[in-house]
Design a protein around this ligand. Structure first.
Ligand code: TYD
Length: 212
């Protein structure tokens, strides 16, 4: 089973992911936790290039392709082998981030992007995607306070607004894959809902892997 987490910047998913991973393991599932961009030695180098605040001259198409390069490595090296071995994979951001940010955010036509994404991933799509729903201003304010500001956070408010709207369109196109969580609530409430949804999904779809 392949589960991904999505949301606008500062929506809190990254601070929730560790506890969620622990809960999944505690329930007896063999889990691989990873994130994008990065998650591999090669991907982490790409991540540094994409986020470097000095790379202001990067074109949207360059940015898009760098994300796909990082993803191609992650899918081949980590995600596919784990899924083939019957593990659960939890990934902090995946293909929907490229469609929301590089597609909707930079106003690029989606179809060619989807083709490249499909090439990079070999067509691998998530089984379940959790959307951490938080309005753009609140998200950027949180991000500003957590010290993790990167080159993409520097994009305009309009860009981030388009990203948010892009996510709404992606969810509307495939409602069965998505679960939306109100991320404006307390971290404990958000964590509880996410855990409940993910564990129920796993129990429904996957036989438990016996603890050794
Ligand atoms: P990161 O610092 O990992 O934090 P978070 O996921 O908690 O926001 O930031 C990832 C950034 O990269 C975020 O601004 C979204 C962006 N991104 C894309 O624009 N396209 C992509 O394909 C991916 C994976 C991420």
């Amino acid at each position: 089973m392949f589960i991904t987490l999505e949301g606008p910047d500062g929506s809190g998913k990254t601070s929730q992911v560790q506890a969620l991973a622990e809960a999944i393991k505690k329930d007896g599932f063999d889990l691989v936790l990873t994130r994008e961009p990065g998650g591999t030695y090669i991907g982490d180098q790409v991540r540094n290039v994409v986020f470097d605040l000095r790379n202001k001259s990067m074109y949207p198409s360059t940015e898009f392709l760098l994300f796909q390069a990082s993803r191609a490595q992650l899918v081949s090296e980590i995600i596919r082998p784990a899924l083939d071995a019957g593990k659960v994979v939890l990934c902090d951001r995946y293909i929907d981030s490229s469609l929301a940010y590089q597609g909707y955010g930079h106003r690029r036509p989606l179809q060619p992007l989807q083709q490249v994404i499909s090439f990079a991933t070999g067509g691998l799509r998530p089984d379940l995607t959790i959307f951490f729903d938080l309005n753009v201003e609140q998200g950027l304010e949180r991000r500003n306070n957590d010290g993790g500001w990167n080159r993409l956070d520097d994009y305009s408010l309009d860009f981030h607004q388009r990203v948010y709207e892009g996510y709404q369109a992606l969810m509307a196109a495939e409602p069965q894959r998505w679960h939306r969580v109100d991320a404006a609530r307390s971290p404990a409430e958000v964590a509880e809902e996410v855990k409940h949804v993910v564990l129920n999904f796993l129990k429904k779809h996957k036989r438990k892997i016996a603890k050794s």
